[in-house]
Design a binder for this molecule. Structure first.
Ligand SMILES: Nc1ncnc2c1ncn2[C@@H]1O[C@H](COP(=O)(O)OP(=O)(O)OP(=O)(O)O)[C@@H](O)[C@H]1O
Ligand SMILES: [Mg+2]
Length: 258
């Protein structure tokens, strides 16, 4: 692949980001460019701030009492922490997939159509069209087209996770955040999610948190290694894994921390 740094303008720009949980500082002057149509991996030992940083990208930390954020995060060129930002709309544009699949206790169809219904769309044809398109994009259509009214919670875990991806895609996000999306899955299911991510990269911008170094190496274009709230190194994944500039990155990748 050509050098991912020179190709495009960033989709998201993180500037001098600090985050405090009460008096505890969990992110320290983090800077990061999230490139369009690339997979960016956040790696680092447990507790270093990966999930915290990910949650800053769609303001999910707003839901935690006592959190204070300084610095800025831009989506395209707009500050997401600006007073004119509509947070509901932001979370559609920057959607999130969690560690454990979290489909709603509804049918497959109603899970995928959920966001559209909330937005007031009720036309049956339109909903059906979006359900099909989203399930196809998440590689679930063939398996589930005859089971659209089955309960989502009866699906196997990997299908539940892909259903959560389909639910996001239905509201047409620009950025997909994934926090250890394969940690509850076996290796075969993990492979399916990884293949899906590689395909989604063509259309979306993806940021993934992972503890699995092989996974980061396999699928990400860029990696950021964090330690105790600092972004200690960021760059093309190939460089980070084969020739890290910072000895602490080397130590983490070779298994010397957590
Ligand atoms: N809601 C919270 N209130 C207070 N402290 C928190 C909260 N959430 C996280 N922290 C602290 O912030 C730091 C970063 O946590 P975070 O969950 O972002 O790390 P992480 O890199 O995602 O870890 P892991 O790999 O274990 O998921 C940790 O010291 C954690 O204890
Ligand atoms: Mg985490």
């Amino acid at each position: 692949m050509s050098n991912p740094f020179v190709s495009q303008t960033p989709r998201m720009t993180i500037r001098n980001l600090d985050l405090f949980y009460g008096t505890f500082q969990a992110l320290k002057q983090v800077n990061l460019l999230v490139q369009i149509n690339r997979i960016t991996a956040l790696i680092g030992p447990s507790g270093c701030g990966k999930s915290t940083l990910l949650r800053c990208l769609n303001r999910m930390n707003d839901l935690i009492p006592g959190v204070r954020v300084t610095g800025d995060v831009l989506l395209d060129s707009q500050s997401i922490y600006g007073s004119d930002m509509d947070v509901c709309r932001l979370r559609k544009r920057v959607g999130m997939v969690f560690q454990r699949p979290n489909p709603f206790p509804l049918s497959v169809r109603d899970n995928v159509a959920f966001g559209l219904r909330v937005a007031g769309i009720t036309r049956k044809n339109q909903l059906q069209e979006v359900v099909e398109r989203s399930l196809r994009a998440a590689w679930l259509w063939e398996q589930l087209k005859d089971r659209l009214d089955s309960p989502a919670l009866s699906l196997p875990m990997d299908q539940q996770q892909r259903l959560c991806v389909a639910r996001l895609l239905a509201v047409e996000p620009e950025v997909i955040l994934m926090d250890e999306p394969c940690s509850a899955l076996d290796p075969i299911s993990t492979g399916k999610i990884e293949d899906l991510m590689l395909e989604l990269r063509e259309q979306y911008t993806i940021v993934i948190v992972t503890h699995n170094m092989q996974q980061a190496a396999r699928i990400s274009d860029l990696s950021g290694c964090m330690l105790l709230g600092d972004m200690i190194e960021f760059g093309p994944t190939g460089n980070i894994f084969t020739n890290p500039a910072d000895k602490r990155t080397q130590d983490y990748i070779s298994g010397r921390y957590g």
